[in-house]
Design a protein around this ligand. Structure first.
Ligand code: F6P
Length: 355
C-alpha cells in the first residue's frame, strides 16, 4: 500500500527538540511525496478533531525553538468515554496511512495499544528523563543536563559565599539520570537517586565531614523521585507535595528537596536552602546534540512509515538509528545502573557512596 498521508502528534511533557522532529518529518515527507497532518495537543487532538496541515512553509524556522508547535497534553483516550474507538474512527476519517507518536512512557504505551488495535504507528523517543528502554538516548535529556549543570555551577558560588548547604531538586521521575549526570558534571558533594534509597543520616554525615575538613558548604543534588529511608520505617518513601495523580495514574513528583533541606538543617545546624530546578530543565532551546538526534529520529520515522513498516520505535544504538518493537520502549523503565552508581561513588562522598 502506498503511503499518501500521515499524522504526527507530540504527547506528554514537552521537551527541547520536539520542533526539530516535526520539521524533520515534514521535510522528509515532502521529499517522499507524503502529506502530513499535525494532531494538536497530543492524543486530545484525536478526540477533539483538532488538527493542522503541516507544510515545509509552516515548519520553517522552528528547529532551534523549545516547546512544540503542535502543543501537548497528557490526555489518555483510554480514560475517556469511547476514547479508543474515537481515536480509531478519526484516524480513518482523516484518511491517515500512519501516525508518528513523539513521546515518553505514557505516549508510547498508548502508541503500543493503538498499534495492537490495528493502527500503523511509529514511535519517537522523547523525554528529559532518559528512562525509556530500547534506546540508548532520548532527545531532550542532553539539554536538561546542560541546563541543570549550569544552574548547579551558579548555586555553588552562592553556597560557598554563605557557607550554606544547597539542596538542588532535579526532575527525572523515577530514574536518577538527570541527578547523576548533572551531579557529576556540577561536582555535587552528594547525589541522591531513586535507585538507591538514602537516609538523612547518610547525607548529613557528608555535610558534617566536609565542614570538619574546612569546607563549610555542600551541594546536594536530589532526584524528585528519590526515596528517603527513615530509621524507624520498614520501607523507603517518596516525598510529595501534590498527591493528585496524572491521567496515567502516576504521582506528580516534587517537594523532596525542601524536606531534605529542613532535615539537614535540623540535624546539623547549618543553614540549608532548596532550589527546585523544575520546568526550566525542559524549557528553551535544545542543545546541538538534541537537535541533531531529533532530526535523525524524525527523518527515519518518516522513512519507516513510507516504507510500509509500523509498530516500531526509532532508537539509538551504538550511534546508529535503528528500529525496535514499540512495546520494547515501555516494557521496563531504564534506570541508573550499578556502573553509574559506582562512578558516583568515586567522585561524591555521598550517602553510602563514600569509597
Ligand atoms: O517526564 C518529564 C517530566 O518533566 C518529569 O521529569 C516530571 O516528573 C514531569 O514530567 C513533570 O510533569 P508536569 O510538567 O506535568 O508537571
Amino acid at each position: 500500500m502506498s503511503v499518501k498521508k500521515i499524522g504526527i502528534l507530540t504527547g506528554g511533557g514537552d521537551c527541547p527538540g520536539l520542533n526539530a522532529v516535526i520539521r524533520a518529518v515534514v521535510t522528509r515527507a515532502e521529499q517522499r511525496g507524503v502529506d502530513v497532518l499535525g494532531i494538536r495537543g497530543g492524543w486530545r487532538g484525536f478526540l477533539d478533531n483538532d488538527t493542522e496541515v503541516l507544510t515545509r512553509q509552516r515548519t520553517r524556522g522552528i528547529l532551534h525553538e523549545g516547546g512544540t508547535i503542535l502543543g501537548t497534553t497528557r490526555t489518555n483516550p483510554f480514560q475517556e468515554k469511547g476514547g479508543p474507538e474515537r481515536v480509531v474512527a478519526a484516524f480513518a476519517a482523516w484518511k491517515l496511512d500512519g501516525l508518528i507518536a513523539v513521546g515518553g512512557e505514557g505516549t508510547l504505551s498508548l502508541a503500543t495499544k493503538f498499534h495492537e488495535r490495528g493502527l500503523k504507528v511509529v514511535g519517537v523517543p522523547k523525554t528529559i528523563d532518559n528512562d525509556l528502554s530500547g534506546t540508548e538516548a532520548t532527545f531532550g535529556f542532553d539539554t536538561a543536563i546542560e541546563v541543570a549543570t549550569e544552574l548547579i555551577d551558579r548555586l555553588r558560588t552562592t553556597a560557598e559565599a554563605h557557607e550554606r548547604v544547597m539542596v538542588v531538586e532535579v526532575m527525572g521521575r523515577h530514574a536518577g539520570w538527570i541527578a547523576v549526570h548533572a551531579g557529576l558534571a556540577g561536582g555535587a558533594d552528594v547525589i541522591v537517586v531513586p535507585e538507591r534509597p538514602t537516609t538523612i543520616e547518610e547525607i548529613t554525615k557528608v555535610v558534617l565531614m566536609r565542614r570538619a575538613e574546612g569546607k563549610p558548604f555542600s551541594i546536594v543534588v536530589i532526584a524528585e523521585g528519590a526515596l528517603i529511608q527513615e530509621s524507624d520505617a520498614k520501607e523507603a518513601h517518596l516525598v510529595l507535595t501534590n498527591i493528585a495523580p496524572d491521567a496515567f495514574g502516576r504521582p506528580r513528583l516534587g517537594g523532596i528537596g525542601a524536606h531534605v533541606a529542613r532535615c539537614i538543617e535540623d540535624a546539623t545546624g547549618i543553614e540549608s536552602r532548596t532550589t527546585v530546578l523544575g520546568h526550566v530543565q525542559r524549557g528553551g532551546t535544545p542543545t546541538a546534540r538534541d537537535r541533531v538526534l531529533a532530526l535523525r529520529y524524525g527523518a527515519r520515522a518518516m522513512d519507516v512509515l513510507a516504507d510500509g513498516k509500523s509498530g516500531v520505535m526509532v532508537a539509538l544504538r551504538a550511534d546508529r538509528i535503528v528500529e525496535v518493537p514499540l512495546a520494547e520502549a515501555t516494557k521496563q523503565r531504564k534506570t541508573v545502573d550499578a556502573e553509574w552508581l559506582a562512578l558516583a561513588d568515586v567522585f561524591c562522598a555521598g550517602p553510602g557512596l563514600a569509597p
